[in-house]
Design a protein around this ligand. Structure first.
Ligand SMILES: NC(=O)c1ccc[n+]([C@@H]2O[C@H](COP(=O)([O-])OP(=O)(O)OC[C@H]3O[C@@H](n4cnc5c(N)ncnc54)[C@H](O)[C@@H]3O)[C@@H](O)[C@H]2O)c1
Length: 330
């Protein structure tokens, strides 16, 4: 008789600000039975394991935290990738690409063989582009590779609309879609409070272009303002990533805006999806008006351009490596 699987493991690659906050959230909830931390900085890794373990000794968390290798991580139920350079003050997410793509490549070669059941959750930026490459580098089915995408931006949108409408954030159904970056857009036409369209639910805040622009710039610019003051954002994304891990391990079938491959657009970006034990269970269709559809297409075009540029860079790097190897062999 098949033995029941008793252990659920989440591996976190990169235990800096975001990775350690995620680990702490997983322990407090608790969401899994084991958290494996992996980082190239050995001193930091050991210190994080000890500090986080201290948080498990009180109460009934029961979660074991341990240091592991990239290879150990490849066998986890979920691998969360937060490893990567972070944005400097004023830096765009896309400018991190070159550095973080190299890190991603080295991670995947060190993790092999990856369990065919592993779900990959990308957090490192630029998250949509890295999700696209992770899908190729991992060899896993498309449905098992997802990025946090605009989940955090959508949470910020909920927060500000909840304040304006004087209702609880979880009564707001409104999404930021597209890129987790400058070309993101708000799906205003489908936003509701409860079942009431936003325009009816907030009579004191008519949805004028000026109102929409203020809210969009709040959700788009929130990270930069936090990074300028404290050097990183960690609590919001730690909480969001932990909740996505929960939806996966508990097969909750929640609908969230996540970054995943969009065959008709040729890139990964955020659209609403049903998330469960096998990753992206299915895309949830969303009705966009003509302006939002144009924003979605412009966003996808921009991301495809970045992907093509990065693919050229990867090819040039490989050719250079081959040429150097041939020189050394000659
Ligand atoms: N998607 C989102 O909404 C969101 C939100 C916040 C931050 N981020 C991104 O998350 C990433 C991490 O941010 P942070 O503030 O934690 O940075 P950080 O510098 O504090 O931590 C990154 C860690 O990754 C480690 N690392 C680097 N290469 C590695 C490798 N090959 N294997 C294992 N570990 C490796 C580093 O040693 C470091 O400890 C950044 O790219 C940041 O932009 C994304």
């Amino acid at each position: 008789m098949a033995q029941p699987k008793l252990k659920t493991t989440i591996a976190i690659l990169g235990c800096g600000d975001v990775g350690s906050t995620l680990a702490y959230t997983l322990i407090l909830q608790p969401i899994c039975s084991e958290v494996i931390l992996v980082d190239l900085k050995q001193d930091l890794l050991e210190a994080q394991v000890r500090d986080l373990s201290d948080a498990t000794y009180r109460g009934d968390s029961g979660v074991k935290v341990r240091a592991g290798t990239h290879k150990d991580a490849g066998q986890a139920d979920i691998v969360v990738i937060t490893a990567g350079a972070k944005q400097k003050i004023g830096e765009s997410r896309l400018s991190l690409l070159s550095r973080n793509l190299h890190i991603l490549e080295s991670i995947f070669s060190a993790m092999q063989p990856i369990s065919p059941h592993t779900i990959l959750l990308l957090v490192a930026n630029p998250v949509d582009i890295l999700t696209y490459f992770a899908r190729k580098l991992s060899g896993l089915p498309e449905s098992q590779v997802l990025g946090t995408g605009t989940s955090l931006d959508s949470a910020r949108l909920r927060g500000i609309l909840a304040e304006k409408a004087e209702v609880a954030p979880n009564s707001i159904d409104a999404y930021v879609l597209g890129e987790h970056g400058d070309s993101q857009f708000i799906a205003w036409s489908s936003a509701t409070i409860g079942t009431t369209p936003l325009s009816l639910a907030m009579p004191s805040h008519p949805l004028t272009p000026a109102f929409k622009a203020t809210i969009s710039s709040h959700t788009r610019g929130a990270a930069s303002a936090i990074i300028a003051a404290k050097g990183c954002t960690s609590y919001g994304i730690g909480n969001i990533a932990a909740s996505i891990c929960k939806y996966i391990l508990f097969d909750s079938r929640s609908v969230r805006p996540l970054s995943f491959y969009q065959p008709e657009l040729g890139c990964c970006l955020s659209m609403p999806a049903v998330v469960g034990r096998k990753g992206i269970i299915k895309a949830m269709p969303v009705q966009l008006d003509a302006e939002e559809q144009a924003q979605l297409e412009a966003c996808a075009k921009g991301l495809r351009g970045v992907i093509e540029g990065a693919e050229k860079e990867v090819r040039a790097d490989r050719e250079l490596e081959r040429a150097l190897e041939q020189d050394q062999g000659a």
